[in-house]
Design a protein. Structure first.
Length: 470
């Protein structure tokens, strides 16, 4: 066993006894061999300390239990996108995206084609066993015509479409420099697979470009065959649809020499067009009742309500005061009367989690948002809502403070209904005193620095929202 493998696999029984030397793969599964060839290539190239393996959802999701390299787990199909992030953040890393057919050729189809076309030096190992292995044997994008699966019990037919030939599809793009399809059904093919995987890694070591190796693999369990029968089926059936061999190979030159990302304040300021001028600070200190734990806010409404803009203004205001603040937008079906929302977290020193699943303060611009998020507000929290459009307030715990202000009506009186979100911020400030009035006004002026004519009406909107609090 190569030194790239851990001495013990803690996937089973915490690495004790025989289970500490066994993978979780079914007997006859090809993943074990592919792991072995990948580990051997990493060791022979001397890149163990530089390698990052990306494993998404699927049978290989537990790759991190076996290979002693950097590991990241990606969401289903998103391994190539995560690989790009790793490679650009650390160009010296050797990044391997390890994916199955359901993952890469179905939900991840857009990701793999986009990343392959970029041509950035990455290595993709694509294990194709023609079926969804982990989730119960459903039809995969690579399932053969006529093949019976849990979701094609009578066999794949023309109404279900023909299988994707991923190696050929990727080879047809301009970005990749090396694409090969190999198999595992006999010793000769295993040697070819071993060489292909090493070559795909070596091309990345040399910064030459994107390499893609498709491995035809056996899945005896869902094929309802013995391992030997499965090998025969791959040889006689799969290779007729997925011919083996090199699909693309061009010389490629060592071209990838990006600089690691830089977060120096002066560089960030220059790129983003910021200023070195310090913002006016109005807060004497962090709000006492939230000190030590920070404050979580959720701002929610329909499209056009301005919840996202209000959240950004709030975040900017907190940062201006020297606090740490985060903003995460989430867009729902707002155009159909649903709700989009933003989570804002503010902390005196550091926000540990940007999510506001249990907010201290909810700012609701419409009834669906109040109904959806009102029950999630913590005991002793505060809910602010637009009483212009929310007539019926749902039953909520008595410990939660409810404040209704007609934001839409106030904005309409000002002749600019779009400023109702700024009216809401005025209500937020007057009700909670989270930040001083001056802090919000500075953030509003900053946001409108190139639309100075709009500053007076927004400042008036803020003040009226505050004055409306009884």
């Amino acid at each position: 066993m190569t030194g790239v493998f851990y001495d013990h696999f803690e996937r089973h029984d915490h690495g004790r006894g025989l289970k500490g030397q066994s993978t979780h793969y079914c007997p006859g599964c090809g993943h074990g061999l592919v792991h072995k060839y990948l580990a051997e290539a990493i060791e022979s190239l001397g890149i163990q300390d530089r390698t990052v393996a990306i494993s998404p959802v699927g049978c290989a999701v537990f790759l991190h239990y076996y290979l002693d390299v950097g590991n990241s787990q990606a969401a289903h199909g998103r391994a190539p996108a995560v690989a790009i992030g790793h490679k650009l953040a650390n160009p010296d890393a050797i990044v391997v995206s390890y994916q199955g057919d359901g993952d890469l050729a179905s939900i991840g189809l857009a990701e793999i084609l986009s990343v392959a076309q970029l041509g950035i030096p990455l290595t993709v190992i694509f294990v194709n066993n023609a079926i969804y292995g982990m989730t119960g044997g459903q039809m995969a994008p690579t399932t053969l015509m006529g093949q019976k699966t849990a979701t094609s019990p009578e066999g794949r037919n023309r109404m279900m479409g023909a299988p994707f030939r991923m190696a050929e599809l990727v080879a047809g793009l301009d970005g990749p420099i090396y694409v090969e399809r190999v198999a595992l059904f006999d010793a000769k093919q295993r040697v070819r697979a071993q060489k292909a995987i090493r070559k795909a890694l070596d091309l990345q070591v040399k910064n030459r470009g994107f390499a893609f190796v498709e491995v035809l693999s056996e899945c005896p369990i869902h094929l309802h065959m013995t391992p030997q029968e499965a090998e025969h089926w791959v040889k006689e059936s799969m290779t007729q649809v997925f011919p083996l061999g090199v699909k693309k190979e061009v010389p490629g030159e060592s071209w990838f020499e990006p600089r690691p990302p830089c977060f120096e304040p002066e560089v960030v300021r220059r790129v983003l067009g910021g200023t070195t001028e310090a913002a006016l600070r109005c807060a004497a200190s962090f709000p006492a009742r939230f000190r030590g734990r920070g404050v979580a806010l959720k701002l929610a409404g329909a499209g056009g309500d301005g919840a996202q803009t209000a959240a950004l203004l709030l975040t900017r205001a907190a940062i201006n005061e020297g606090f740490d603040a985060t903003h995460i937008p989430s867009y729902g079906p707002e155009s159909r009367g649903g709700t989009s929302y933003a989570d804002v977290r503010i902390a005196e020193d550091e926000v540990l989690s940007p999510s506001a699943s249990a907010p201290d303060i909810l700012v609701a611009f419409n009834a669906p948002s109040l109904a959806k998020f009102g029950p999630t507000v913590v005991s002793g929290g505060t809910i602010l809502y637009d009483s212009s459009v929310i007539a019926d307030v749902p039953s909520l715990p008595e410990s939660v403070k409810l404040v209704g202000v007609p934001w839409t009506n106030i904005a309409s009186d000002l002749g600019k209904i779009m400023v109702k979100n700024v009216v809401a911020l005025g209500t937020l400030q007057a009700t909670t005193e989270l930040l001083p009035e001056g802090t919000f006004l500075v953030a509003i002026r900053q946001a409108l620095h190139d639309k100075c004519a709009l500053v007076p009406v927004n400042e008036e909107a803020f003040r009226r929202g505050a004055q409306a609090v009884v």
